[in-house]
Design a protein around this ligand. Structure first.
Ligand code: PMP
Length: 415
């Protein structure tokens, strides 16, 4: 099949400028850490296909779980009937999350996992008779593209064209010019004046993904979370990107001393094979929705807990444990750490950051990002810019030599 130009194609692609920037091909196959185009050329997927793919493309065990499930029980209405893959997956996720999580609400993707969290928070306060209608989130946060998620986001390029629908306060994040103390002072001020109106604080823990892979202070996150809790605000960790080993621990929250009340998951949940969202919460939150028709959670999606997606997610978790993926990733993380020092010396680079299985290179001249991404693509490496950075977020099945090759190509291109 000939690939029609972006202007003539019947498809409108997400986040794609017209006319297009960067390379564009017809992808026909994928396997492990590689995708293949119609001419048979292979490309290393340094994006994990939008940060989802953890065990590699078309993993045979996931394909098997999917086909077995498809032959047994396909999409069924999940209210109030249930199915064993949904039950089992929820139990496994709670086991991974640990205390104080007791309930999982399934939805369709990252944005709906966040929408569910926001609506749980709003409805929680209304159910207990103390309505709170506002949110607190971080400067440069990104939580998805549905309108609730957009309301709590603050990335200019994504959000300025859309009016903020949910009233949301914004707290600063510490960086080289702004200290933890200064940011905390601002956040404490907001909480002091408005804490009683704020239903929840929502954060991407440890790293702001879409706004340019910004790693921020763990101390700040811990203190901000504690301060929000002191004002009885619920705390939501959006682990859509950071979950499932991406930051080096199973969840980013595992590196934080203060526990959230709600956790949003998607992306790596099914190793990127199928769309699925999950929102975990505490018993105390769930209890507020007990009491019949008027108290129930008014939220749900047609494909909630789709059995095919649940079966794949379950198998993905089994592979994760059996193959001791976090330990296995140590050699890849060591390579990423070593490459940080090499790239830091490049004149075209202003900063290099590394967190778990995330490696980020900030460009001195961001206008060059598509030129560099295209040059890497021509050499068989698929990197996609995010704001002023190029990142390497590989599938966990990647071999050390494939990752080394990716860095070598990127280095050559950056030079
Ligand atoms: N939250 C975070 C932190 C994300 O990075 C994303 C997607 N990049 C989302 C939510 C939205 O997920 P989805 O694209 O599956 O709706």
């Amino acid at each position: 099949m000939e690939l029609p130009s972006i202007e003539l194609s019947p498809v409108w692609h997400p986040y794609t400028p017209i006319p297009i920037q960067g390379p564009r091909v017809l992808l026909t196959r994928a396997s492990g850490s590689f995708v293949e185009d119609a001419s048979g050329r292979r490309y290393f997927d340094a994006t994990s296909s939008w940060w989802c793919n953890i065990h590699g493309h078309c993993h045979p065990e996931l394909v098997d779980a999917l086909t077995r499930q498809a032959a047994e029980l396909d999409q069924v209405l999940f209210a109030p009937h249930s199915h064993s893959v949904g039950q089992e997956l929820a139990a496994c996720l709670l086991d991974k999350l640990g205390h104080p999580f007791e309930k999982i609400f399934f939805s369709d993707n990252g944005s709906t996992a966040v929408e569910a969290a926001l609506k749980v928070a709003l409805q929680y306060w209304s159910r207990i008779g103390e309505p709170r209608g506002k949110f607190l989130s971080l400067e440069r946060a990104y939580h998805g593209d549905t309108l609730g998620a957009v309301s709590v986001g603050h990335v200019d390029t994504f959000h300025t064209a859309i009016p903020q629908l949910l009233p949301t306060f914004k707290c600063p994040i510490p960086d080289v010019t702004t200290s933890v103390e200064h940011c905390l002072e601002q956040a404490l001020g907001i909480l002091e004046n408005h804490g009683h109106e704020i239903a929840a604080l929502i954060v991407e823990p440890l790293i702001l993904g879409a706004s340019g892979m910004i790693v921020y202070s763990k101390e700040y996150l811990e203190k901000l979370t504690a301060a929000a809790k002191a004002k009885r605000c619920l705390v939501i960790f959006d682990e859509v990107f950071t979950g499932f080993g991406r930051t080096g621990t199973f969840f980013a929250k595992d590196q934080i001393s203060t526990a959230p009340d709600v956790v949003c998951m998607s992306k790596g949940l099914t190793s990127g094979m199928l769309a699925l969202g999950a929102t975990a919460m505490t018993r105390a939150i769930f209890n507020a929705f007990e009491g019949g028709e008027s108290k129930k959670f008014f939220n749900g999606h047609t494909f909630s807990a789709n059995p095919l997606a649940c079966a794949v997610a379950l198998q993905s978790l089994k592979i994760f444990d059996r193959d001791k993926v976090i330990q296995r990733n140590e050699s890849l993380m060591a390579l990423m750490a070593a490459e940080t020092a090499r790239f830091e010396k490049l004149e075209t680079v202003s900063d290099v950051r590394h967190l778990g299985m995330i490696w980020v290179c900030q460009l001195k001249d961001p206008s060059q990002r598509w030129r560099l991404a295209t040059a890497a693509w021509d050499r068989g490496i698929w990197v996609r810019p995010a704001g002023p950075v190029l990142y390497v977020i590989p599938p966990y099945c990647t071999t050390v030599s494939d990752l080394q090759q990716c860095f070598d190509v990127l280095y050559e291109v950056m030079q």
